[in-house]
Design a binder for this molecule. Structure first.
Ligand code: ZN
Length: 147
């Protein structure tokens, strides 16, 4: 019997506290879910590109956007990053809005809900794909559905 997890894609944060945690929680093995990670589990054009490939080429019909408590992208200090870039000879002014470019978030929950809406409403994502949002507590491992 083929695992149901094969038709699942997960968008999650690159936070190292989630390594193994999420796969254990969801019973995911090698060869199962397609996992797309970035800083703050933000639905960007590149995330959508991977989801589109997952849907049309890899038979994904279920998407989980999984954020977590205590996400670093909420507390990220833009001025600090800007200063560190300057100290190391990099140019933080390559983009008109570094904060937006980095994807600083105001709330983990709102970011997850917004990500689910963006994914559901994207013209390249078909209506028959089930998109849901969850938050994982990094202390307890508890996974809660948000939308
Ligand atoms: Zn995070």
């Amino acid at each position: 019997m083929q695992s149901l997890r094969k038709n699942l894609a997960i968008v999650s944060c690159m936070d190292t506290r989630l390594v193994n945690f999420l796969s254990e929680k969801l019973g995911i093995d090698r060869g199962d879910a397609k996992v797309i990670k970035n800083a703050g589990n933000i639905i960007t054009d590149d995330t959508l590109r991977s989801l589109v490939v997952a849907i049309y080429l890899l038979d994904v019909n279920k998407i989980m956007v999984v954020g977590h408590t205590d996400c670093g992208m909420k507390s990220v200090d833009i001025e600090d990053i800007k200063n560190k870039m300057l100290e190391r000879g990099a140019n933080p002014y390559f983009t008109p809005n570094l904060e937006q470019w980095l994807g600083k978030i105001d709330s983990e929950e709102d970011n997850i809900i917004k990500g689910v809406e963006l994914t559901k409403n994207h013209p390249a994502i078909p209506n028959d794909v089930d998109v849901r949002g969850y938050i994982i507590d990094v202390e307890t491992g508890e996974l809660t559905r948000l939308c």
